[in-house]
Design a protein around this ligand. Structure first.
Ligand code: NDP
Length: 309
């Protein structure tokens, strides 16, 4: 019996080593070199080719290789009766907190402007708002959002959170549901999207959402490209209503060369690196879930297929 890793065109030797370090008896195979698909009981995958998940007749669990699962739920050929799990990992949360903090501080401390001033040989100090007066709005207060909120509140920001169901998060002013979205947005000088991509959240970063933000608000999207309506962001930034954006994820990745985001002075792009799963910190939960799946036990970090996350 075996685990198959499906991560096309990537070197997954670190994953194989990390899994075997936790259980040397495991058989770990790397797609497409699967010796016997009938022996595969657990698949760990990212960017898998559609249809490939149907090749394993004795599958007991499918795991995303990251926190998101939209790549699996969007694949109509993903076997509907096999449980889906995802990764919940402290390394992933920490890395996202670093990215969000970097984006916020770069924006507040006007680093892009100073870079331009440096090129022009200009010495023009810019004003800095006290951090406690800056409202950061976190769309999505799940595993990653709550961790990020914790770091931001510890740093002194006023943090507002938005989730689907009502919940309490220490030190965070929480809002829940569509009815409270407007009140949440009105507080967000900096809006950070950490939502899963679902039918409800698709395109949520749109003109209507931007209009409800304070004037000169800043956007950080580190969730999924399809949360954002690109043209609406360009219009909001060009009109001056939004002051700019930091984007890590895009509808098409890599971002096509002709896309206007590349050359926009107030939009910073990064190549989907906000938080990348580290096999060394994430492998143990995979091994544990593999054994649970094989023994028919309750799985950790199970995905609710109906809700889409
Ligand atoms: P979780 O499932 O733990 O949390 C999701 C959060 O979003 C929850 O608070 C949930 O609300 C909220 N939510 C879901 N649907 C809605 C809705 N319709 N309205 C309001 N709130 C909603 O996910 P994670 O925190 O682990 O990850 C979040 C996302 O971050 C991933 O799906 C992935 O897309 C992205 N990501 C991006 C990375 C990158 O490198 N760019 C790296 C890692 C993750 P509730 O609490 O009520 O359920």
């Amino acid at each position: 019996m075996s685990i198959a890793i499906i991560y096309p065109n990537r070197d997954v030797s670190a994953w194989v080593a990390a899994l075997k370090a936790h259980d040397p008896t495991l058989t770990v195979e790397v797609w497409p070199e699967i010796s016997d698909p009938g022996r595969v009981e657990y698949v760990l995958c990212w960017n898998h080719p559609e249809g490939v998940l149907q090749d394993f007749p004795h599958l007991k669990c499918i795991s995303s290789l990251g926190a998101g699962v939209n790549h699996l739920l969007n694949d109509a050929t993903c076997p509907p009766d096999i449980p889906l799990v995802r990764l919940v990992d402290t390394g992933l949360k920490q890395s996202m907190a670093e990215y969000v903090m970097l984006g916020i501080l770069e924006h507040l401390r006007r680093v892009p402007e100073y870079r331009l001033q440096q090129q022009r040989g200009e010495w023009i100090p810019q004003p800095v708002p006290p951090i406690s007066t800056v409202g950061v709005g976190l769309m999505g207060c799940g595993e990653i959002g709550r961790y990020v909120a914790d770091k931001l509140t510890a740093f002194g920001f006023t943090v507002h959170g938005w989730s689907r169901r009502p919940q309490q998060v220490l030190g965070v002013n929480m809002f829940a549901g569509q009815d409270r979205l407007g009140a949440f947005l009105a507080n967000a000088d900096i809006l950070v999207c950490l939502l899963p991509l679902t039918a409800e959240t698709h395109g949520i970063l749109n003109a209507k959402t931007f209009r409800r933000l304070p004037r000169r608000a800043y956007l950080i999207n580190a969730a999924r490209g399809a949360h954002l309506v690109d043209a609406d962001l360009l219009a909001a930034v060009d009109s001056g209503h939004l002051s700019g954006a930091l984007l890590d994820v895009f509808r098409e990745e890599p971002l096509p060369k002709e896309h206007p985001f590349w050359a926009h002075a107030r939009i910073t792009i990064t190549p989907h690196i906000a938080s990348v799963t580290n096999p060394r910190s994430a492998a143990l939960q995979v091994v544990e879930n593999y054994h649970r799946a094989v023994q028919g036990q309750r799985l950790s970090n199970r995905v609710d297929r109906l809700q889409g996350y």
